[in-house]
Design a protein around this ligand. Structure first.
Ligand SMILES: Nc1ncnc2c1ncn2[C@@H]1O[C@H](COP(=O)(O)OP(=O)(O)O)[C@@H](O)[C@H]1O
Ligand SMILES: [Mg+2]
Length: 356
């Protein structure tokens, strides 16, 4: 039996319950995974499916959320970082932020550029992880434990439950070569499973994993989606920024079907909102769930708009200005603080209710 198959006894051991309890779960819960095979020794299950179910049942599951938009500059990073910080600081959750964007914006808002340069030199970034897989003949350098920066953020000079897996600009040169990994002779190396494999030893430590994705649906983003239990679409409420949303929803849906697991959109967040006619109109469409092609006959349902919309503010725009006291949420986010906090609570409620 391979390690990815479990019998009743092994499920009981993993869950810390009796075999009888597992048998009861099978009878009582319709959503308990079906066995994938019936061997002579009894039924066997897929480890990943059963382990996810058990974690959900015990309320111990890790919520993994990707922040995605095909467009840059729409507030993906700002929103992802703020949600991660507030889940860790205010909700006291254990949070890991994964920066998958070679632009490294999330990385350098959470750790100093000096610290980032040191980690990059030592191969302690997501780029090293992919590089190791691209060059299977060279001894791997990436180590998940040393690549995670702990107690990151400018807020409070570091938030104790907030960790970061940094990105690197070196990822720009690597990302186009990642899909080739499967052809490099080693057929067991699936290029979409790289991140999942690397995170396995640490994933259970976190209540939330927030993934800041690059503005594309390429292999790097798909590595993030592969482990995501849901995703969030930040967008400026204008025509260019919302253009690709239909395509995102369509592509994620197809990808979810390929991997045999649902990856629901929690919702769309309106960011950098200004009071003008265009923003008002796009927000009205988003509220009515009839944005562009979503509103057409036969279109897919539009993910809902989050109630909290994030205003365009001076504090966020000026970023790491020396005058700003970015050691407090109020100083760092200014008048956008309340809505970012409200958004974080909406996301938390959805995750805990729907068990995403
Ligand atoms: N609510 C906001 N008010 C003002 N500026 C913002 C706001 N949100 C983001 N910005 C600014 O807009 C730019 C792009 O935001 P960012 O979060 O990096 O977007 P993305 O990750 O989608 O590229 C950054 O300079 C950021 O400081
Ligand atoms: Mg970004």
């Amino acid at each position: 039996m391979t390690t990815d198959l479990l019998g009743i006894a092994e499920i009981a051991e993993m869950a810390g319950v009796t075999k009888q309890a597992v048998s009861n779960w099978r009878v009582r819960y319709d959503n308990f995974p079906r066995p994938i095979q019936n061997l002579q020794s009894g039924p066997v299950w897929d480890r990943e499916k059963v382990s996810d179910w058990v974690k959900g049942f015990k309320g111990e599951e890790t919520h993994v959320l990707s922040f995605i938009n095909l467009k840059g500059g729409v507030g993906k990073t700002t929103t992802a970082v703020a949600v991660a910080e507030m889940l860790a600081q205010d909700a006291r959750k254990h949070v890991l932020l994964i920066d998958l964007d070679p632009q490294t914006n999330a990385t350098v808002t959470l750790i100093s550029e000096e610290k980032w340069a040191e980690m990059d030199r030592e191969g302690r970034t997501i780029a090293q992880l992919f590089e190791d897989r691209i060059n299977p003949h060279i001894a791997p350098k990436f180590d998940i434990e040393t690549a995670i920066a702990r107690r990151v953020s400018t807020v409070n000079d570091g938030i104790s439950r907030l960790d970061l897996l940094p990105s690197s600009i070196r990822l720009i040169d690597l990302q186009d070569r990642i899909p080739m990994i499967a052809m490099a002779g080693n057929f067991t190396a699936n290029p979409l499973e790289i991140l999942r494999g690397a995170l396995q030893p640490v994933i259970d430590r976190y209540d939330y994993i927030i993934i800041d994705c690059p503005p594309s649906l390429g292999t790097v983003t798909k590595n993030g989606l592969r482990i995501s239990t849901g995703y969030v679409i930040p967008t400026i409420p204008d025509i260019v920024s919302t253009w690709g949303i239909y395509q995102i929803v369509e592509n994620v849906e197809r990808f979810a079907q390929d991997i045999g697991r649902a990856i629901p959109a929690l919702g769309i967040v309106a960011t950098k909102v200004q009071s003008n006619n265009l923003h008002d109109r796009v927000i009205a469409d988003l509220k009515a769930r009839r944005l562009g092609r979503f509103g057409e006959a036969g279109g897919m349902p539009q993910p809902p708009l989050f109630e909290n919309t994030i205003p365009q503010t001076v504090a966020v725009a000026r970023g790491a200005d020396v005058d700003a006291d970015i050691r407090t949420f109020k100083g760092k986010y200014g008048t956008a603080y309340d809505s970012l906090n409200g958004l974080t609570n909406e996301i938390k409620r959805l995750c805990e209710k729907k068990k995403l």
